[in-house]
Design a protein. Structure first.
Length: 518
């Protein structure tokens, strides 16, 4: 799909620092993404783009291929050599020259057309480093947007459920974004970096941002190919940041940050993360990434700093009870069918109250927001039908299924992104997501949305387990090991305080949640 914007010239096929002023935003066939008042002339085809008032651009990630698979567009690729043979399949990130030597297993996956290590040392060593020392992550493929202009604050305040107008420069919020039906479009941070300058990052958002920008005097820039995020997480992260910057960071509260330098390069450092650990996120120009990384590693090697792969990141956030758009819920809104992991139907579209985000819906904030009336109606009608819980999966049941198939039981090497139906009394009562083995607590765990009356600790549910022989790497590649197993509802997060090495209690924000990645 190619989108065109009226009134802004852009001719390069792969733009960087893509800007648009969203008074008119249309598809190449002339259909308008927006509703409401007329926005001006629509572009009918490329031939019109030479007109002075109707120039065109490819914007954001929409110049990338649309999903070719009906259900899951995430593609896992294992590379058997350190050299990437087919650069047209996916290419390197700014940090690949530094990260690749650590990738001893040579396992990679594709994220936004770039290759990211799936694992470096393995799941258990990486999680131990996260909980006990510190880890650094390459999150450069993550979408990154800048919103500026006189109406930037009021525009974003209309899009999100929390009160954005109270933010000082150097402060941020984590917030859901809702559609007009009160369903979750995405959950992201929004950070204020200037008087009229905000950034947000996470999933694909450009058409949603454009759709609602018409009445506001704002400029939106997709900086996904210009900016990047480099998370530094774990109990030693503050010592490393202080050593690398030469500054005191002890007074910086959660979701606060400031401009500084790393490796003589200008950066923003935010107290944030995605795994319930003490952590920071470094925002820098992609061109500066190697210098910034080197500055952090030069200090971090004295604290046992090591890279963390994406599989470990996903297991860590599951242990912390944190959800991901497109995996644990289907995104509502105009960008959902092109987002990574998206389902192409309405299954899994949820309200914030169904996935534990209700505490971030501020009905009392001065300005209204998209979806407010629908969210109020849901509350008035008795609240959500389902609730987010944790599951402990019966490992003995899994062993039994392997025994019946004549196979040795194996701990899953990867987080399972499939959505598993849950039953009680022969009725489907929910679904399990993000199933994985937690080496930290030595249990098979999952997140789940279940009927509200069953969201009680100790409730026993039934689910289906299926494992294809091909994923086990044995000669019975066509066989399926499967059957029903039991799972028990437990509170989230899964980790007790004794497991959260270095975690700090922060009562300054009752809506605290560590989340930046979609």
């Amino acid at each position: 799909m190619t989108l065109y914007v009226s009134g802004w010239a852009r001719t390069d096929s792969r733009p960087t620092g893509r800007d648009w002023h969203c008074s008119t935003f249309t598809r190449s066939n002339g259909s308008c993404l927006q509703t409401g008042r007329p926005r001006g002339p629509l572009l009918r085809d490329r031939s019109q783009s030479t007109a002075s008032h109707s120039t065109s651009m490819r914007c954001g990630t929409l110049d990338r291929p649309e999903p070719q698979i009906a259900h899951v567009i995430r593609r896992m690729t294992t590379i058997m050599s350190t050299q990437i043979i087919d650069q047209s399949t996916f290419g390197p990130t700014p940090l690949t020259p530094r990260m690749a030597p650590f990738n001893h297993g040579n396992k990679w996956h594709s994220w936004r057309g770039l290759h990211i290590p799936d694992s470096y040392e393995g799941l258990s060593p990486e999680l131990k480093a996260l909980h006990r020392r510190a880890v650094i992550e390459d999150k450069s493929p993550m979408n990154y947007y800048s919103i500026t202009g006189p109406d930037a604050a009021s525009y974003l305040d209309y899009l999100v459920t929390r009160d954005l107008t109270r933010l000082d420069v150097g402060a941020g919020i984590y917030t859901p974004w809702l559609d007009e039906h009160g369903k979750v479009v995405i959950d992201t941070p929004v950070l204020r970096v200037g008087d009229s300058d905000y950034v947000t990052m996470g999933g694909i958002l450009e058409s949603w941002l454009a759709l609602h920008a018409g009445p506001f005097d704002v400029n939106i820039t997709d900086q996904s190919d210009v900016k990047m995020v480099m998370p530094l997480q774990g109990p030693a992260s503050r010592d490393i940041i202080e050593g690398a910057t030469g500054e005191d960071w002890s007074e910086i509260r959660f979701m606060h940050g400031r401009a500084t330098t790393l490796g003589s390069k200008p950066v923003w450092v935010w107290r944030a993360g995605y795994n319930a650990q003490l952590g920071y996120e470094v925002h820098c120009d992609r061109d500066d990434a190697l210098d910034v990384f080197d500055a952090v590693m030069a200090v971090g090697e004295n604290f046992g700093l090591m890279p963390i792969g994406q599989n470990s990141v996903q297991v860590a956030r599951t242990e912390a009870g944190l959800i991901v758009p497109g995996i644990d819920y289907t995104r509502a809104g105009s960008d959902r069918n092109i987002a990574a992991y998206a389902l192409l139907d309405d299954a899994g579209i949820v309200s914030p109250f169904e996935i534990g985000l209700g505490r971030f819906v501020n009905f009392d904030k001065p300005a209204s927001f998209i979806g407010k009336e629908a969210a109020l109606d849901e509350q008035a009608s008795g609240g959500p039908a389902r609730a987010l819980v944790g599951l402990e999966v019966a490992w003995g049941d899994i062993v039994r299924l392997y025994d019946q198939a004549g196979e040795s039981p194996e701990v899953s090497r990867r987080i399972d992104y499939r959505r598993h139906p849950l039953w009680a009394d022969s009725q489907v009562v929910g679904k399990a997501t993000s199933m994985c083995w937690s080496p930290t607590i030595r249990k098979e765990i999952a997140l789940a949305q279940v009927d509200r009356e069953l969201a009680v600790e100790g409730t026993e549910l039934t689910m289906e387990w299926r494992e294809h022989g091909s994923s086990l790497g044995n000669e019975r590649a066509g066989d399926v090991i499967g059957g029903t197993i039991s799972a028990t509802v437990v509170p989230i997060p899964f980790l007790s305080k004794s497991h959260k090495f270095g975690i700090e209690k922060d009562d300054s924000d009752p809506g605290k949640r560590t989340s930046t990645m979609p």
